[in-house]
Design a protein around this ligand. Structure first.
Ligand SMILES: [Zn+2]
Length: 467
């Protein structure tokens, strides 16, 4: 009996904590927003319009400017209290000719794409022997004599994962490979695409690039996974393999793009800001749908539905569509430079930048007192299939600069099992978006945004949350 009494006390105490976090009316609004979004939302129409009218939005391109104009117009049509632009300036880079061909008795073309901010090969391309490495560490361990004058080929494969945790370990071949190859005197580098598909789409992405202009890189490209398999087989035949590689990208002038920002002013604490964000730019190879047109649509549709309520959230909800994420979080860094001193007023932030897969987990980096609030928010996401997750979060790539200053962040963690089949390829098109999954994302973001903006407890942004 004593045990039963204790159990009843624990259960009722637990219930009391849950019930006291938000008011009944706040919870009812969250549930109405959630359930209506699961029926249908305008998110698909938003991503369709952006990626059809504007197309690819490579930082510094004409599409970048069109994207900023599109976003400004779309947000201004939505009744925000304020819409504005903040400048982000960087040197540009444009893709050119990109071909690879095996020479000799097995002569054949390979599908290849230039990595972002790679230098060009000499005009007409280069011809050199291929030297294959299992991964970046193997290249680092090699002597300069093994590498000098050759085309380095890093063959490491990326494992498939739901949470995307396998991307980080694989991507160093792309970011650091061109740097290490240059240190050892290589002529160029080709890597297996950082990809989980076996398609003949090559995946681009950024190399490690110093914006002060001090770079020592070799021309760098990614092979489609199927072509990386083919090149491996050719190397494994045991005879020297020679490649002709022609990459003709060009560095260009400085360009100023913009973060596009819009506020729904809070009714009680307007100076405290809940950031919901995505990035507006994309790579040049596709219309940038999964990366990150869908993120733009998810946060815009979330804001639109909050604007449709009669009641305003207590805190300000700020939509940020970041510029130049793909080439090094440049928009996010510009935002942190301008607003970093007000980190304590940035109540919490998050970015949707992992495709359109369903949200399955809510992770949060908040002070201990706020964890019951996160648990209460996750409780309202349960009907969406979302579980309470980890007591830490990254917040999404563009949240990292503010997170490093101590801003509280959450992850609405998405199922990314298939995200890296399409990421940074020609194949990132609207055809890959599932409307139902997209609506589920909007539903989860509505629950999070509405409740976080009305939280009775501070999430702890400031010095104590500095990682
Ligand atoms: Zn992205």
């Amino acid at each position: 009996m004593r045990f039963l009494g204790l159990l009843v006390w624990v259960l009722s105490a637990g219930f009391a904590v849950q019930a006291s976090v938000f008011t009944q009316s706040q919870l009812e609004t969250a549930r109405e927003l959630r359930d209506a979004a699961m029926q249908e939302t305008g998110a698909f129409e938003i991503v369709k319009d952006l990626t059809t009218r504007v197309g690819p939005r490579m930082p510094g391109s004409e599409g970048d400017a069109r994207g900023v104009a599109w976003a400004k117009d779309a947000l201004e049509a939505m009744n925000f209290d304020r819409v504005w632009l903040e400048p982000v300036t960087f040197p540009t880079w444009t893709r050119g000719v990109e071909t690879a061909r095996v020479l000799g008795d097995s002569s054949q073309p390979l599908v290849v794409t230039t990595l972002g901010y790679s230098p060009a090969t000499p005009a007409g391309g280069i011809e050199a022997q291929v030297v294959m490495f299992d991964n970046l560490a193997a290249l680092e361990a090699a002597s300069a004599d093994e590498v000098r004058g050759k085309i380095v080929f890093i063959r490491n494969e990326m494992e498939r994962s739901k949470d995307g945790s396998t991307y980080g370990p694989a991507v160093s071949a792309r970011s650091m490979g061109p740097v290490v190859a240059a240190e050892k005197g290589a002529a160029a580098i080709v890597i297996r695409s950082i990809s989980t598909s076996e398609h003949r789409f090559a995946h681009t992405g950024m190399v490690r690039y110093n914006w002060d202009g001090d770079n020592n890189l070799v021309p760098a490209a990614a092979l489609a996974n199927a072509d990386a398999n083919q090149l491996e087989r050719l190397v494994n035949l045991g005879e020297p393999v020679y490649l002709h590689l022609d990459l003709q990208p060009r560095y260009g002038d400085m360009y100023t793009s913009h973060n596009v920002i819009a506020d729904i002013k809070g009714s009680e604490k307007p100076e405290e800001v809940v950031i919901i964000s995505a990035h507006l730019d994309s790579w040049d190879l596709s219309p940038g749908v999964l990366d990150d047109g869908v993120g733009v649509a998810i946060v815009m549709e979330t804001a639109k539905r909050l604007l449709g309520l009669e009641e305003r959230p207590k805190r300000t909800v700020r939509v940020i569509l970041f510029a130049a994420e793909e080439i090094g979080l440049l928009g996010a860094r510009a935002y942190a430079e301008k607003h970093g001193e007000q980190v304590a007023q940035h109540f919490v932030g998050s970015e949707s930048d992992f495709g359109a897969g369903r949200v399955y987990q809510l992770n949060a980096r908040v002070q201990d007192d706020a964890w019951p609030v996160i648990a209460a928010i996750a409780e309202e996401m349960k009907p969406l299939g979302v579980e309470l997750g980890e007591r830490d979060a990254r917040g999404g790539p563009d949240m990292l600069p503010m997170r490093s200053l101590g801003m509280s962040v959450v992850d609405l963690a998405q199922d990314g099992t298939y995200y890296f089949d399409y990421h940074h390829t020609m194949n990132d098109t609207l055809d890959q978006v599932d409307r139902t999954d997209l609506n589920q994302n909007v539903a989860a973001w509505l629950v999070f945004t509405w409740l976080a903006a009305n939280s009775p407890v501070d999430f702890g942004s400031g010095a104590n949350l500095i990682p």
